[in-house]
Ligand binder design. Structure first.
Ligand SMILES: O=C1O[C@H](COP(=O)(O)O)[C@@H](O)[C@H](O)[C@H]1O
Length: 223
């Protein structure tokens, strides 16, 4: 794991957007398409604001979330809503979006079809993750009922999650699929998350799921 520190959150957003745009461009130089996986939550919005107008061939980019909250797209907690409003706009509106939500009471009802839709595009070309102060990443929460499956060496692509402090059911990419990404980045801000990240280094993965994806991870941090 390598940690890059920025002077402030604005510089972090600008520089990280440049790094991600550069990696997507480099991927498209030798691949037909690039799979770009991004987090939801409250932290990545400013990066998306800068990235959405990057001059690259967005029509050949597939965008997908690392995890989704099981709420309709119009819901204020929908990660898809954030992506549509802040990333899939401007030049990036040409990208193809691969949803992790479909209209159903429970994620298990549609998990096979969601998985079938994304599997042909794997592995991930460029991965950006977020992290909570409880050391969850994607929707792999300490104490969640699907965590063991999501952390398993032979995990499926997608796992349904409940509990562990998450207020609604979730769907998450497994640690196996995240770790197969060609490049892995993590965005965190503030002292609390920085301290949590340091603490996670010495903890077992079920207690600190972020530790399961730390190998070759580039962390982008600002106060
Ligand atoms: O619930 C989630 O939390 C994490 C971290 O979110 P933040 O609000 O603390 O930035 C996020 O990475 C994940 O995609 C999201 O579903």
């Amino acid at each position: 794991m390598k940690i890059v520190e920025y002077a402030d959150q604005e510089m972090l957003a600008i520089d990280l957007a440049n790094v991600l745009a550069g990696e997507l461009t480099a991927t498209l130089e030798h691949e037909d398409r690039a799979l770009f996986v991004v987090p939801g939550g409250s932290t990545p919005g400013p990066v998306f604001d800068d990235l959405c107008d990057a001059d690259l061939d967005w029509a050949r980019v597939d965008v997908m979330l690392s995890d989704e909250r099981w709420v309709p797209e119009v819901h204020v907690r929908s990660n898809t809503r954030l992506i549509r409003e802040r990333l899939l706009t401007g030049r990036a509106a040409k990208a193809r979006y691969l949803p992790l939500y479909a209209k159903a009471e429970a994620p298990e009802e549609v998990l096979p079809e969601l998985e079938a839709n994304i599997t042909p595009d794997l592995p991930i070309s460029v991965l950006l993750l977020g992290m909570g102060a409880d050391m969850h990443t994607a929707s792999m929460f300490p104490g969640a009922d699907g965590l063991e499956e999501a952390l398993a060496r032979n995990a499926p692509v997608l796992v349904a999650m409940r509990g562990g402090g998450a207020p609604e059911p979730r769907v998450t990419l497994s640690a196996r699929v995240l770790n197969e990404a060609m490049s892995k980045h993590l965005i965190i801000t503030g002292q609390q998350k920085r301290a949590a990240l340091e603490r996670a280094r010495g903890l077992p993965h079920p207690e600190a799921p972020i530790a399961a994806v730390m190998s070759d991870l580039i962390v982008h941090w600002a106060e």
